[in-house]
Write a protein that binds this ligand. Structure first.
Ligand code: C5P
Length: 399
């Protein structure tokens, strides 16, 4: 259930921190990759060595490593995560979260995280019942934080009442439920996705095309489908299998792709334009195989239609996402395309980074909207697709 999920486990200074080791162990056993962030006080309750061992990753406490000055980037960490789980969450940390205080790495990571956030409060019953704590929790709920309710029972203070952190197994079940909910988060939505390379015929045997494998677009179609959306995938040439539950329409040329997209877009909530569409096509297709001669050959080319720009011009309230593959002035060019084609955001492929580009299974991208650009770390194309779909979901939910 949690296979491949990236979870940041935040630990604050509470006696319940001793249970965080078991919690971490259960998350890892369920297939999650876990990175642990601790507040300085949390180290008094459970050692970084224990947490590093059970999480199989170094522990993050300070903003930078005092030995070598290496920066622990809370922004990168926040982008890496599919879920930020703070367990135990003390009254102090929840109060700071509710007010945007950022005086430790756990809190700066909270402010940078774009993924869902869940907290499992742990404290004494009077602290839990206090109007200030209840007010802070109400604020967190309003900010979209999921609260995994504490249980009732024996507390470290010797009192009996509500405030005990939920048991690790129950926290894992709550986390699984959160991911489960995500599976239907785009139910009743319909998306158009273009993918793969177009083929522009020169004569009956030759054509102009490009190296696009279609992997990125197919991963986006799969990720949208996995969240319950209906997906129409207009596909140029690829050798990939159709993702489960996705309706695939095969096309060859840019013109065919345009014809399939233009009417379908009207019935969709949005479109993701991943295809590598030819910009030029032979002005005329020879009806016989062109004979070679001794001299040079020139083939007159004409411009194809820009499918994305045409959809952008008739976008209405729909969402439109584009891709850019640039070799120079990458960000400026991508921003230009964002505006020109009326995209909500554009995914800039970084060709200069190792692990990015056409045929591989990984990618390095920057998601750029009209306000900012966020570079994601090296990820599999499926993981990149999840991040793209997270952003799509955020925009759709805020419309
Ligand atoms: O202008 P450029 O080709 O760099 O734009 C890239 C974006 O526009 C991609 O999202 C691509 O799928 C889309 N596009 C298109 N039709 C074209 C050219 C590009 O949909 N003819």
């Amino acid at each position: 259930m949690l296979k491949g999920k990236h979870i940041i486990l935040g630990i604050t200074g509470s006696i319940a921190a001793y249970k965080s080791a078991v919690l971490c162990r259960l998350l890892v056993a369920a297939g999650a990759e876990v990175k642990v962030v601790m507040t300085p006080l949390a180290k008094q309750f459970i050692t970084p060595l224990t947490m590093a061992t059970v999480s199989q990753n170094p522990i993050l406490v300070e903003f930078f490593n005092p030995e070598n000055g290496e920066w622990n980037s809370h922004v990168k960490l926040g982008e890496w995560a599919d879920l930020y789980l703070i367990a135990p969450a003390s009254a102090n940390t929840m109060a700071k979260m509710a007010h945007g205080v950022a005086d430790n790495l756990l809190l700066t990571t909270y402010l940078s995280a774009r993924c869902p956030v869940a907290v499992a409060p742990a404290m004494d019953l009077d602290m839990y019942a206090h109007a200030a704590t209840q007010r802070n929790m109400a604020q967190l709920r309003q900010d979209g934080v999921h609260i995994i309710e504490p249980g009732s029972g024996f507390l470290a203070s010797g009192l009996i009442g509500k405030g005990r952190m939920a048991e690790p197994a129950d926290i894992v079940a709550a986390v699984e439920q959160l991911f489960e909910k995500k599976k239907s988060s785009l139910a009743c939505r319909r998306f158009l996705v273009t993918a793969g390379a177009t083929i522009e015929a020169i004569d009956p045997v030759r054509f102009i095309s490009n190296h696009s494998s279609g992997k990125m677009g197919y991963a986006v179609a799969e990720a949208l489908g996995a969240r319950g959306a209906e997906v129409v995938l207009v596909s140029g040439r690829t050798s990939l299998d159709t993702p489960h539950g996705v309706q695939r329409i095969d096309v060859l040329s840019a013109e065919q792709m345009y014809n399939e997209c233009k009417n379908r877009f009207a019935e969709c909530d949005g479109a993701v334009m991943c295809a590598a569409v030819a910009d030029y096509t032979p002005a005329a297709v020879a009806d016989h195989k062109l004979k070679k001669g001794d001299g040079e050959m020139n083939i007159p080319l004409k411009r194809t239609r820009d499918i994305a720009a045409e959809l952008g011009a008739n976008k209405g309230g729909r969402l439109l996402v584009g891709f850019a593959m640039e070799t120079e002035n990458e960000v400026e060019n991508a921003q230009g395309k964002l505006a020109r084609k009326n995209f909500d955001f554009i995914v800039l492929n970084s060709l200069k980074k190792e692990g990015a580009g056409f045929r591989g299974d990984t990618n390095v991208v920057t998601l750029i909207d009209s306000e900012r650009g966020v570079e994601l770390p090296l990820m599999s194309k499926r993981e990149v697709a999840e991040k793209i779909v997270d952003k799509i979901e955020n925009i759709i939910n805020s419309k």
